[in-house]
Design a protein around this ligand. Structure first.
Ligand code: HEC
Length: 267
């Protein structure tokens, strides 16, 4: 897979730079992204995720086919659009990735620490969690984000997420809003979505997990948040930590109505 990945990356980068020269003006990266979206390498992760989902794996030699993402065991269609949500068995509000970990531990017997240590792909190791999350989310393609906040703990998570999103902190005194609160902001060539605008927020949540051209792999929202957290020079964001789930609750709720198309394509 890693070799496939590096060749895809090389082709994608070549396309992007060729288009940049050909266009001469406008936003050449947008053209590159469009090309990637038409022939999305991320689809390979969806396929790998489906295979992993059905395979009997782990110390308990079980598949994930009985995993309950909120609509009942094995009910995947439309489950992702309701996440994060409260789960009675764990007494927690969980997002896609944290629910996946719960199933991989409970049904398959994997160790939580091992799963977290390998949750992000590296250059020479593909993450199972990233592929599985992509597959599960893709089973909501065409459906609208629909986070409901029926349970008090879900409303608490939203409040916490809103607070964290708006609060300036850390050595740079940034909040998420510092970079994501205005129109037409950029860092180098990257347009920064204005997350106070519901339409732009929908465009954001519609496409995660996403194939990231610069990283030649699919990443989930957990990784995106980890990355932005790092950009703020905050301590590493724990994978599936309450803080990460609170932020995702805030983002997905703000993006309600977004039509899911996973994997998206991002820089
Ligand atoms: C220092 C500036 C900066 C801060 C602060 C920041 N981000 Fe980001 N964010 C970025 C950049 C750069 C990107 C990538 C844009 C690109 O490559 O197109 C990004 C992308 C994102 C995306 C994906 C956008 C998309 O188009 O799909 C999300 C979601 C996100 N950030 C959430 C957050 C959250 C939540 C916080 C606060 C915890 C935060 N960011 C803080 C710079 C920042």
């Amino acid at each position: 897979m890693s070799e496939v990945r590096s060749s895809i990356a090389a082709i994608a980068l070549a396309c992007m730079s060729a288009m940049a020269f050909a266009q001469g003006s406008g936003d050449p990266l947008a053209v590159g992204r469009q090309m990637l979206a038409e022939d999305n390498p991320g689809d390979l992760w969806t396929q790998r995720g489906e295979k992993l989902f059905r395979e009997k794996r782990g110390p308990k030699n079980a598949s994930l086919e009985n995993c309950d993402f909120g609509l009942g065991p094995g009910q995947l269609d439309g489950a992702f659009v309701r996440l994060p949500r409260y789960f009675a068995d764990t007494d927690k509000v969980q997002d896609l990735e944290s629910r996946l970990l719960t199933c991989m531990v409970n049904l398959q017997g994997f160790k939580r620490e091992d799963l977290i240590r390998n949750a992000f792909s590296t250059l020479d190791r593909d993450s199972d969690v990233e592929a599985l999350a992509t597959y599960v989310a893709s089973r909501s393609n065409g459906k609208k984000m629909d986070v409901r906040l029926d349970h008090p703990k879900e409303r608490e998570m939203l409040k916490a997420g809103e607070y964290i999103f708006n609060r300036r902190n850390g050595p740079l005194d940034f909040s998420c809003l510092t970079c994501h609160g205005d129109e037409n902001k950029r860092i180098r060539l990257q347009d920064l979505p204005n997350m106070t605008d519901p339409k732009q927020m929908q465009a954001v949540v519609a496409g995660w997990p996403a194939y990231r051209g610069t990283q030649s792999t699919v990443r989930t929202m957990q990784h995106r948040l980890y990355d932005c957290n790092w950009q703020m020079r905050l301590p590493d964001l724990g994978f599936t930590s309450d803080m990460s789930v609170a932020l995702t609750t805030y983002l997905n709720y703000a993006g309600n109505g977004a039509v899911i198309g996973v994997p998206g394509v991002r820089r």
